[in-house]
Design a protein around this ligand. Structure first.
Ligand code: AMP
Length: 225
């Protein structure tokens, strides 16, 4: 006789994709439906900047210029966050890893905790530039907001603002950084049976359905989700 499962199935999810691909929106949805923590390194850093912590003060200039923060700092942040109780049965990582060094550190951090499932969200560059130009976040809590249906933050009522790093010039820099430093991760992960490419140039609900299908397929192939 089998004993009852002591814990929920694990889902260690990595959302890959360029800025503006919709990683944050989809990560939020998966996190809600599967009751897993969404861990966004961009959000963690923005909060650190807002609170003027030492990490935030050191990161601010690079973030505003669209450059990546050093691997050592980012790996330490993620290692600490993944060691917390709520990440024991899985997590949704948004914005990490972004370099090969971060990806291999992540493999070591999650060693023995079940496989990583990696979704690469693909969106054409001109669509990304358009999306980022109209993106707004809450100046108070940092939540992303769709400008076309909200004039204040739906979560806390705060004023909506454009992200400094969503300006056209900085977006070009961020996309360049993405191509140089993050695209190599596709090669790093693509041979794994738990890697999936997702078309992100579709309405958000259609993308969510495609992600659910991809996760169900991964599950059917023996990944316990
Ligand atoms: P995001 O909200 O994911 O677009 O991140 C905003 C900014 O935070 C990036 O442009 C980087 O400056 C920094 N950042 C976030 N995640 C990372 C990471 N994994 N490695 C290095 N820098 C990061």
């Amino acid at each position: 006789m089998g004993s009852p499962r002591e814990s929920s199935p694990t889902l260690n999810l990595v959302m890959l994709g360029p800025p503006g691909a919709g990683k944050g929106t989809q990560a939020e949805r998966i996190s809600r439906t599967r009751r897993l923590p969404k861990i966004s390194t961009g959000d963690i850093l923005r909060e650190a900047v807002h609170n003027r912590t030492p990490v935030g003060c050191a990161a601010r200039e690079d973030m505003e210029a669209g450059r990546l923060i050093g691997d050592e700092v980012m790996i330490a942040i993620v290692r600490e966050r993944l060691s917390q109780e709520d990440a024991r049965n899985g997590f949704v990582l948004d914005g990490f890893p972004r370099t090969i060094t971060q990806a291999s550190a992540l493999d070591r951090i999650v060693d023995g905790r079940g496989p990583l499932v990696v979704l690469d969200i693909v969106v054409p560059e001109e669509v990304l530039v358009r999306r980022l130009a109209s993106r707004r976040i809450c100046g108070e809590c940092g939540q992303n907001a769709a400008v076309d249906w909200l004039s204040v933050c739906g979560k806390c009522g705060g004023q909506l603002i454009a992200r400094i790093d969503d300006g056209t010039e900085i977006v070009r820099e961020r996309l360049g950084v993405y191509h140089r430093q993050t695209v190599p991760l596709v090669d790093y992960y693509s041979a794994r049976p738990t890697f999936r490419r997702i078309d992100g140039n579709l309405p958000p609900d259609v993308v969510t359905d495609a992600i659910d299908t991809a996760l169900a397929e991964a599950s059917a192939r023996g990944v316990h989700l």
